[in-house]
Design a binder for this molecule. Structure first.
Ligand code: 57M
Length: 361
């Protein structure tokens, strides 16, 4: 919205600053962060009042959770989504179709997660929405967004997959790209959802990935930089740097309240939305494989579940003491903060590897 102020830069030269992506991205970070700090405490109090006993804790989980997590309210994702939404609407160029496509996935997935959390809290069980219904909703929102993104794209590139390290390799998938894009968004969403099982465990890797995508969006959207780095130029993708800034700011603000011992959990309201937004960013910027690297921690957690369930079904034996992977280390006796901080370190290393794909071509 503030972007339109730059139209008056002829009369008031200072307003030209609203034209700059860097300035508006910084503004989005600060707006989302301040929103979380200002609204967080009262939102948590309100959630506590409404939820009384807080997040229903699974009986079959790590024993400690039943003691230490009881009474913690969920749906803290409301503060994340409100902060991100307000910051994006305030600082992004709202004529950008990419901004609205990514917001469609983010808020659509957030609504699915909210319904899931609401059922869990009101029915006092950990079932929530039936899995198939959640997936159907995710496919619906991501399908609409993917179609929109393809139509906004240019020529064959719109339905092509870029491969990191191979600058000239663009695999044109034709209309197969649509189900692929849906897979990226729903996969990223459910991976973040699975990962969000310890205080601070999901929100920091999300923040790290969003920070990487601030840079990727900016570079991919800038013809000069894209040409210099020999990455695929996606006109208009630069505006997503503002959205990524809003994610980073909201994530830092939420982390203040989710740091151990968490005062609030983000809930599926936050985890499904944040994962979906990362998937949508990867699709617009044609960095799907890079997202799998940068978000490798989410991939690792999901693969641990797939391996565990497959092994248990096929052989009756478990590969891990419990899946996802963070529970395995809990069962091994690692303290929760130890697991969380070591997983953060892995996320930082993977982000550096992901960033290296911009240069090594
Ligand atoms: C998402 N949800 C947390 C919180 C958060 C197939 C199977 C792997 C599915 C998986 C599952 O149910 N995943 C759901 C993980 C839950 O967190 C809530 O959910 C939101 C995210 N979606 O925002 O609202 C619990 O995680 C803890 N938590 C924190 N701090 C946080 O900041 O401590 C969350 C956020 C919260 C709280 O205790 O209640 C979760 O873990 O359910 N299932 C599992 O992960 C279960 N694993 C399992 O069943 N393993 C099996 C096989 C089937 C794979 C096995 O290994 O044999 C474990 N998870 C738990 N209890 N909590 C075991 C059962």
């Amino acid at each position: 919205m503030l972007y339109f102020l730059s139209e008056f830069s002829e009369q008031f030269g200072a307003l030209n600053v609203f034209r700059y992506l860097t300035f508006r991205t910084g503004g989005a970070v600060m707006t989302a962060l301040l929103f979380a700090f200002l609204v967080g405490p009262s939102l948590i109090q309100w959630l506590k009042r409404k939820q009384r006993e807080g997040q229903p804790i699974r009986e079959d989980g790590p024993e400690g959770h039943l003691l230490t997590k009881k009474g913690t309210p969920t749906m803290g994702g409301i503060m994340i989504l409100l902060g991100m939404g307000i910051a994006t609407l305030l600082w992004a160029d709202l004529t950008s179709g990419y901004i609205w496509a990514v917001l469609l996935v983010t808020l659509g997935y957030g609504a699915i997660g909210f319904a899931d959390d609401f059922l869990k809290v009101t029915k006092r069980n950990t079932k929530g929405l039936p899995g198939k219904l959640k997936l159907l909703g995710q496919v619906g929102f991501s399908g609409a967004a993917a179609l929109w993104i393809i139509l906004l794209g240019e020529g064959d590139q719109a339905t092509s997959l870029a491969v990191p390290f191979f600058k000239d390799l663009l695999v044109d998938m034709g209309w197969l790209y649509l189900p692929f894009a849906i897979f990226v968004m729903t996969g990223a969403s459910n991976s973040v959802n699975l990962t969000d099982g310890l205080d601070g465990l999901a929100i920091v890797p999300v923040m790290i990935a969003a920070s990487v995508f601030v840079l990727i969006s900016y570079l991919v959207g800038n013809a000069v930089f894209a040409n210099y780095l020999q990455i695929h130029h996606v006109p208009g993708a630069g505006e997503l740097a503002v959205f990524c800034g809003a994610v980073v700011g909201a994530a830092i603000g939420f982390l203040w309240f989710n740091a151990p011992p968490a005062q609030v959990f983000m809930g599926d309201t936050g985890s499904l939305a944040l994962g979906g937004s990362l998937g949508a960013l990867a699709v617009v910027t044609k960095h799907e494989i890079v997202l799998a690297i940068v978000g490798g921690l989410f991939v690792l957690e999901t693969v641990s579940v797939i391996v565990q369930v497959a092994s248990f079904k096929l052989t009756g034996k478990r590969v891990f003491r419990m899946a996802p992977l963070h529970h395995h280390f809990e069962k091994k006796g690692w303290a929760e903060p130890t697991i969380v901080i070591r997983f953060w370190i892995i996320a930082v290393i993977l982000a550096i590897v992901g960033l290296s794909t911009l240069k090594l071509r």
